[in-house]
Design a protein around this ligand. Structure first.
Ligand code: GDP
Ligand code: MN
Length: 380
């Protein structure tokens, strides 16, 4: 579960990490009141589940409470990476001397937690990794032993020139972030930028935190941070209709019955050179109503250029499944090509029904995947 910056900062502050003083506001007037309470210059920051807010115009400085209200008015309602800004964080502005990058991420490939530090903060860390790999310092932390003081020190020496007090504070922050990460069952805790202020203090100016969904039951106080409102709009609608749908980035829509079968379908489409647009498990059987809702959901993603059905006829017989699909499709007006792989009980009868309706049927998964990729007309 990805949470907002202000929520991440609440977790950080509770663990003892220095964060700027600030409060959330949902209206320009609330932003003005927060700015009045803080006194002095403030920064108004869009709270959306997306990075790169600074570049998108979602982070603005304001010298007075009136200006804070005005900037909040500009930022509230704006769209960043397709997400509408519904809240802003109003914080005391900080005098930045230098920006660092610090993160801890669950790293499956090293069976541990990877701590990354870079003296090149504020910018996109992927860019740092590509353009300045020598400026990105990493330590894999042993899952049982945790971060050791020498790990923190080794990372903190990634900055060559630094006042001894600041370096000491940096080492402390790396250790405290590790503590916060483990205590809250995070899979990511990122501070970009971690700012060295002109007065020599270090503060977390940004916070990106992902909590492990499987551990949320242990943290009732964190469960309340969930906000369904900002999920992908197609996913939100699909979940409201009871569909197990996950949007992916590609252009081949995928519908199957059974999670394992759908996952294999994703692999088959990739193997055939295509890119899956979604995961959609319609569960047992394939009643016309569910098939129809599923197709409509998949088609509401504008990237989708074709749909691959992968259906296994078990208790629900293949011919019934085929009838359900034909009934559903006769109700939907679309030119998007579709391929249906039907196997299991009464598969031959099922495929005959599909063929009668002019639908493209396939016997094996790979054949079906190759057919849909070919119909889309190009390998993506
Ligand atoms: P992001 O672009 O979504 O990662 O948002 P950030 O919170 O990282 O803000 C973007 C940039 O705003 C930072 O890298 C800072 O350089 C800049 N910035 C300028 N003044 C301030 C300030 O007072 N507070 C904060 N948080 N950022 C500031
Ligand atoms: Mn940032």
């Amino acid at each position: 579960m990805l949470i907002h910056e202000y929520q991440g900062k609440q977790i950080f502050a509770k663990a003892g990490l220095p964060t700027p003083r600030g409060e959330v506001a949902a209206t320009p007037d609330e932003a003005r009141q927060v700015a009045e309470r803080l006194g002095g210059r403030v920064v108004v920051k869009a709270q959306v589940h997306a990075g790169g807010r600074g570049k998108a115009g979602g982070v603005k400085l304001a010298a007075t409470p009136a200006e804070a209200a005005q900037k909040a008015g500009e930022i509230l309602g704006m769209k960043i990476k397709g997400l509408t800004v519904e809240k802003v964080l109003v914080e005391e502005a900080i005098d930045i001397q230098q920006e660092f990058y610090l993160s801890i991420i669950l790293d499956r490939s090293s069976n541990g937690n990877l701590v990354m530090f870079s003296p090149m903060g504020g910018m996109d860390i992927e860019a740092v990794a590509v353009e300045h790999p020598d400026m990105l310092f990493k330590r894999v932390v042993h899952s049982h032993l945790g971060l050791q003081p020498y790990d923190a020190r080794a990372l903190a020496y990634g900055v060559r020139e630094m006042a001894p007090e600041a370096r000491k504070a940096l080492i402390g922050i790396i250790q405290t972030l590790d503590k916060a990460y483990r205590q809250n069952d995070c899979t990511l805790a990122e501070i970009n930028p971690l700012v060295l202020l002109k007065d020599g203090r270090l503060v977390a100016a940004d916070a990106k935190v992902i909590l492990d969904d499987n551990a949320l039951f242990r943290h009732p106080e964190l469960q309340a941070m969930q906000e369904i409102a900002e999920e992908d709009p197609i996913e939100r609608k699909a979940h409201a209709e009871g569909l197990a749908y996950v949007r992916l980035g590609g252009d081949v829509g995928i519908i199957g019955n059974g999670a394992g079968l759908v996952m294999t379908s994703l692999d088959m489409v990739s193997r055939a050179g295509g890119r899956p647009a979604n995961f959609l498990d319609i569960g047992g059987g394939a009643r016309a109503e569910v098939v129809k809702k599923s197709v409509m959901t998949v088609l509401s993603d504008p990237n989708v250029k074709g749909i691959f059905f992968n259906i296994f006829g078990g208790i629900t017989r293949g011919d019934e499944v085929a009838k359900g699909i034909v009934a559903a499709l006769s109700d939907i007006d679309t030119k998007v090509p579709m391929v249906i792989r039907l196997a299991g009980t009464r598969e031959a009868e099922g495929r005959a029904i599909l063929a009668q309706s002019g639908l493209t049927a396939a016997e094996t998964m790979l054949e079906g995947a190759e057919k849909i990729v070919a119909l889309i007309g190009r390998k993506s």
